[in-house]
Design a protein around this ligand. Structure first.
Ligand code: ADP
Ligand code: MG
Length: 396
């Protein structure tokens, strides 16, 4: 499916355009090691051309799920369907997928060219076909000046690009990435995030990307799948998860610094929302209300970026134990009465000091509210129109 037709937007010189298609269904997928269930029933559809990121803390089952899709681990129960075909019983090579790992696993004694060409040599393509395909891939990944070098002569980022190139030449239906950037330093990681986003746009390929880093998830994904102990906690677009997390797990995982959780009591519900009380103050939070909530203990979620030093609908008094000055903003770390952490993200010039009490004000419309089970009461906002200038919203 490498065709000579189109020219990519950002690579005018490109002669070849790689087109790969792939659609994936996971149906009630489970995985156990002995009596230990690691994946506890996952249902998911990944559309052709989508960039989906699996994110979650270490040990939640991200790699296991990816390896099951690849066919490197068998599936205890449920179906894995790629392009309409159940592949549970197919070996990895017949599934039309390519996987890129954290460790590049390049052959040190082979040139960049031969490393990328390796899967094509296994397939016994002609010398001419191999030269064409490797050339096209090297151009996309900006490795065309490096083809005769050995991996040892390359930087970490270039080596990772060679590993990605070896995946691309196979023209897989689906790319699987397992934390491919975690060996790189912070600056290079940021560069590679941008590279991978461009690569996805140019290849129009289906990509599933595993990471524990919520910044990678937020910046690259069309949709994020948040995993918690082998269960999907929520699936959604990055801003949907940020503005409408469905539970305290997702609320705490997406966003940096982490959301603050403040214990409050429900003192009333009406058509507009839920009235909560906190240390003698009351505020009406615009969320979907249920009558049974009255009198219950709830959790108010406040993102550090929604705190301010002026009065708000709710005012929380804390004493910072650490103040970080980052130039663009200031982060204050404190604790609530109950000892739980409380963090405020303030302007760079915020007039606060360590060990000096400060009052942070929060607007009710910025708040999240969770019931006693940690389930969110749905906020009365449309995240698609939030934070966008009116002109952008109107244009859509
Ligand atoms: P993640 O990639 O999210 O960090 P993994 O998918 O690697 O997590 O692991 C999920 C869980 O499965 C962990 O508790 C891990 O210890 C367990 N696990 C992974 N592989 C095996 C195995 N081969 N045998 C037994 N337990 C395993
Ligand atoms: Mg892993």
């Amino acid at each position: 499916r490498i065709s000579s037709s189109g020219f990519g937007r950002s690579f005018e010189e490109r002669q070849w355009r790689l087109r790969v298609v792939g659609q994936l269904f996971l149906k009630k997928v489970r995985k156990s090691y002995g009596h230990f269930e690691v994946i506890k029933g996952v249902d998911l559809e990944v559309k052709d051309g989508e960039f989906v990121v699996f994110v979650g803390p270490s040990g939640c089952g991200k790699s296991t799920l990816l390896r099951m899709i690849a066919g490197l681990d068998d599936t205890t129960d449920g179906d894995i369907v790629i392009d309409g075909e159940r592949v549970n019983d197919k070996p990895p090579v017949e599934r039309g997928i390519a996987m890129v790992f954290q460790s590049y696993a390049l052959y040190p004694h082979m040139s960049v060219f031969e490393n990328i060409a390796f899967p094509l040599r296994v397939e016994k393509l002609s010398e001419e076909q191999i030269r064409e395909k490797v050339g096209a891939v090297a151009k996309i990944l900006q490795l065309d000046q490096r083809l005769q070098q050995r991996p040892g002569q390359l930087s970490g980022g270039q080596r990772q690009r060679v590993a990605i190139g070896r995946a691309i030449v196979r023209e897989p239906k689906i790319f699987l990435f397992d934390e491919p950037l975690s060996n790189l330093d912070a600056a290079l990681r940021a560069d590679m995030r941008i590279e991978l986003t461009k690569l996805h746009r140019d290849l129009e390929a289906t990509m599933i990307y595993v990471t524990h880093d919520q910044i990678e998830a937020m910046t690259m994904a069309d949709r994020i799948v948040v995993l918690n102990a082998g269960i999907i906690a929520q699936v959604g677009a990055p801003l949907e998860l940020y503005h409408k997390p469905e539970n305290t797990f997702v609320a705490g995982f997406i966003g940096n610094p982490k959301m603050n959780f403040v214990p409050v009591t429900c003192v009333g519900v009406d058509a507009i929302g839920v009235t909560i009380s906190y240390e003698g103050q009351t505020a009406l939070i615009p969320v979907e209300a249920r009558p049974d909530l009255v009198g219950q203990k709830l959790t108010l979620g406040i993102r550090p970026e929604h705190t301010r030093l002026s009065e708000g609908d709710i005012n929380i008094m804390v004493t910072p134990s650490v103040v970080e000055r980052l130039g663009i903003n200031t982060i204050a770390y404190a604790a609530l009465q109950n000892g739980e952490p409380y963090c405020a993200l303030l302007p760079g010039s915020a007039p606060i000091r360590v060990e000096q009490p400060m009052v942070t004000g929060i607007m009710a419309a910025d708040c999240h509210l969770f019931d006693a089970n940690g389930q969110a009461l749905e906020r009365r906002i449309d995240w698609r129109t939030l934070d966008l200038p009116a002109s952008v919203t109107a244009a859509e």
